[in-house]
Design a protein around this ligand. Sequence first.
Ligand code: SF4
Ligand code: SF4
Length: 371
Amino acid sequence: MTASTIEPPLALLAELSHRCPLRCPYCSNPLALERASAELDTATWERVLREAAALGVLQVHFSGGEPLVRHDLATLVGAARAAGLYSNLITSGVLLDRPRLAALVEAGLDHVQLSFQDAEPVGADRIAGLAGAHDKKLSAAALVREMQLPLTVNAVVHRQNLERLPQMIALALGLGAQRLEVAHVQYYGWGLANRRALLPTIDQLERATALVEAERARLKGVLTIDYVLPDYYARRPKACMGGWGQRFLNISPAGKVLPCHAAESLPGFAFPSVMTASLSDIWYRSEAFNRFRGTAWMPEPCLSCERREIDWGGCRCQAFALTGDAARTDPACALAPDRALLDRARDDAQGPTDFVYRQIGAVASHQRVPS
Ligand code: SF4
Ligand code: SF4
């Protein structure tokens, strides 16, 4: 693709910090977590937000780790508002109190997305790796609604909490959320390291999918339910991030610009930094963003497949995690030559319940779990 045929990005995921009080075993952060000393300063983030708006970005998602560990968060929300960006705070909620939320509202925050690990405190705190986390989240949700911000509840589901999906839907309703995102764990990074403890059974998956369909119909106009299926039971992959370098930019705490939050797991990529190049240069001209854009890079069977501009060959990070080669067809596709790797992983996954919790040094950097 040439720069003139590339569309501008729609959304920026600004990972302000990898620090987080929680230790979720499916966290989408890389295994090699960045330390606070490496984080971009306030002025650099302000510049980046202006550059993103000039590039065409419409929404910024302030994420992490936990974005509330940054004491300049309200300043950055204000910078987003000044640049004309819609801002969403993606948070665990455990650090959210009345003064901080009031400051964010004053700065122009548009939306809050709050994660829940389960519907009841014992299981939720065990998954989060932090005692008392669930109760703090309930208080945070109440504050968000009191200050009249729209609320999305994010529930990451897996074998150890799927039985309580009905209660999670009831929880989102009771909290006054407008939207509930029921997202099955994606198995790269920490999720891959914990795959044997998290992958659901096919029976669990089928019951969950039927429940979501029924609840969507029952709650139409009251609660919107988004549902992200696990690739391990799919026949065809998802168009990961809407296609590599097509809609999203992700900026790591230290300023690396990535096509998705998991792309740091790919070896051999020199992802550019906001410290050495403009966002526009990175988006349109960097080797990293152009590497898997379009269809020219595809192997067979993708290259001659009628779905090649629908799912774009699936997820590059999953292809690497499972096969060791980011340029292979995603094994989530039943047509992929490496599909058997996924089938074996499913058969292997009904064993342990202990977690490798997210923390610095818990798993070797760039570790690949053999299938
Ligand atoms: S998934 Fe859990 S550990 Fe990771 S950033 Fe979110 S709340 Fe923190
Ligand atoms: S062969 Fe490739 S393009 Fe076709 S459905 Fe599978 S992953 Fe998608």
